[in-house]
Ligand binder design. Structure first.
Ligand code: PGA
Length: 248
């Protein structure tokens, strides 16, 4: 069965609540494509107004992060249950900015992935190599390490519903997209890794996005690759361009 493409915007730390609603309204007529899943991953404070603003449309809402504990003394954190109750469907876990600036390691990310699934959220699990790692020739070793560590204890049945985003760190926000061949090669490698860890049916079901300077000009070629099932889009998700990416 063909995998349905999933195209998600990652707004990062952009858009106040009122700007968020305005953006959603502006994008509404541009992102109508029922053939793909469209998701806006928005800052925590924008979740409630954005869920309200997308009601009745084809767009679903994601969070950019969450904490794995149920509730309690974790000042500043947001739980999976809070996200679910607010109407969130997806949650980005392990974005390279969180791994790097906020020192989130794979043991922590594994807990977050498991909690998200348990709560009924779909994790968008990010992985990706640095430029140094690519130049050293260890890209696939590194990605396999991330995927294997982040999915410890996750069953095949659970994995087939998650989304994995391959985002080479050197391509994020730099305007330097991976070539179509580079992106496809790693996404294919991730699928092979899932097949080894689980089985071929699970690998065939899991959706793998490419992220890193996706724009209106390169989306169609990237998404045409056999192992690329959509994109995680940063900068271009805050503009009308996102409509062109969704309707590639
Ligand atoms: P970019 O960001 O599209 O601005 O490169 C992608 C991401 O970080 O998810």
């Amino acid at each position: 069965m063909a995998r349905k493409k999933i195209i998600a915007g990652n707004w990062k730390m952009n858009m106040t609540p009122s700007q968020a609603v305005k953006l959603v309204e502006e994008l509404a007529p541009l992102v109508k494509n029922d053939e793909v899943d469209v998701v806006y991953c928005v800052p925590a404070i924008d979740i409630v107004p954005v869920v309200e603003a997308v009601k009745g449309s084809n767009v679903q809402v994601g969070a950019e992060n969450m904490y794995f504990e149920e509730s309690g003394a974790y000042t500043g954190e947001i739980s999976a249950a809070m996200l679910v109750d607010a109407g969130v469907k997806y949650v980005i876990i392990g974005h390279s900015e969180r791994r790097d600036y906020f020192k989130e390691d794979d043991a922590l990310l594994n807990k977050k992935v498991k909690k998200a699934i348990e709560a009924g959220l779909v994790p968008i699990l990010c992985c990706g190599e640095s430029l140094e790692q690519r130049e050293m020739g260890v890209t696939m070793d590194w990605i396999r390490f991330q995927i294997k560590s982040d999915l410890v204890g996750v069953t095949a049945d659970q994995v087939k519903d998650i989304v994995i985003a391959y985002e080479p760190i050197w391509a994020i926000g730099t305007g330097k997209t991976a070539t179509t061949e580079q992106a496809e090669e790693v996404c294919k490698g991730i699928r092979e890794c899932i097949a080894e860890m689980y089985d071929q049916a699970t690998a065939d079901a899991v959706r793998i996005q490419y992220g890193g300077s996706v724009n209106a000009g390169n989306a169609a070629e990237l998404f045409a690759q056999p192992n690329i099932d959509g994109g995680l889009v940063g900068g271009a998700s805050l503009k009308a361009d996102f409509g062109k990416i969704v309707c590639y």
